[in-house]
Write a protein that binds this ligand. Sequence first.
Ligand code: SF4
Ligand code: SF4
Length: 321
Amino acid sequence: MSARFPAAEYPFRYRNPPRSGNVINGLGEPVPRRAVPVFHSSGRRRLDWELLELFFLLTLPLRVFLSGLRSRWILRRADGRIARRRHAVDDVQAMSAGIRSIARGLGAGAVGISRMSADALFEGCDSPYAFAISIALPMDYRETEHVTGLRGAIETMRAYNEITRIAVRLAARIRALGWPARAYCESADILHIPLAIASGIGQLGKHGSVISREFGANFRLATILTDLPLSPDTPVDIGVEDLCLGCRRCTLDCPADAISDSKQLVRGVYKWYVDFDRCVPYFVKTFGCGICIQVCPWSVPGRGPRLSEKLLARRPERLRP
Ligand code: SF4
Ligand code: SF4
């Protein structure tokens, strides 16, 4: 464990410990099923770990707390009136290119389109939308170098404010074309990661976050769900697996010892999994942690494209994308 970060000792203790987040997440379960929310609450249902989330919110520095409120305030316009006149879509490729261009014009660093899928929905939730537009916004690496401290948390919240604004505006632009669209920026409502992977934004890293060629893991995600006919992108292979199988940087630097070096069976699928019960108390103690994202070699600005090229060149030709 790195001495750079606070140790995993906590100023709080549970009187009645909540049910294990790993159990709720389906760790070790062989049968596929939908995910159940554990920690981030949308307020629509009671969560096993909601008291810890409340403690987290109440102990945040005021500036960070207010920044979180700002995102929620921006999100009040997540949905809205749909223009009566519907713009016909004869060419989905051209429409998709147009949407990508609008998203980038609004400030998104990366944009990907996928079909809406059940694995992005929590148990008991439904979605009337056919497509998902995933957007990514990079964080400033010089600021996220200060994670576990106030400066790192301020940068994370700045990115959330900004990506929320972009998602809300993009959804409004689609509704102005006469098609339903809703912006989602909080992990309480949908699972952004499976959609981001399906849309080619990046691949899942050992630390449980998406890694993109351009930004590594140092970015935030938001999603716009819509019925606007679009042409889905395809998942990418930039070599994340090749590096994660040999790299241990996030495993060693995580003070809570939450990252495993082997894939785990979670709801019927073997994948990288972060130990929820170890990660979240540390996350709460350190204003949202983020160490694993920051120390990941992919996150160093400018390194991703070269790293990807090198990793893919090392593979036998038949296994290259
Ligand atoms: S730090 Fe290393 S092992 Fe962890 S996600 Fe990044 S590349 Fe993979
Ligand atoms: S966010 Fe969680 S998994 Fe990542 S370093 Fe912090 S405690 Fe570990």
